[in-house]
Design a protein. Sequence first.
Length: 139
Amino acid sequence: MKSYRKELWFDVPTRRAFIHITPQVQECLRESGVREGLCLVNAMHITASVFINDNESGLHEDYEKWLESLAPHEPISQYKHNLTGEDNGDAHLKRQIMGREVVVAVTDGALDFGPWERIFYGEFDGRRRKRVLVKIIGE
């Protein structure tokens, strides 16, 4: 069985963003040489997310609006976490909602997606360097 590991690094200049990372993950799969197996993609930070959905800008705007209604950034005083000197209590909650990782089957050397499925990195407390782990196992 083959095993492959790579870190993808992101420098998001804004507090929040959704980044389409399917092409980078597909490149990792190509590098791995795995034809049949599993691909794990997970955010390595507690204020970021990896998720699968449609690559459609209106949906991403809907996510932004929905997440902000559930866990608004301001006032920052509403979060006990921010009493530690942080201002990212909302980012932790947004990450919890959007999830930490995805696992995609690898079939015949390709990510085995359903229609319209793509992989995204969700950043909820940007303006610093963060990473995503890609781990691929199989034959």
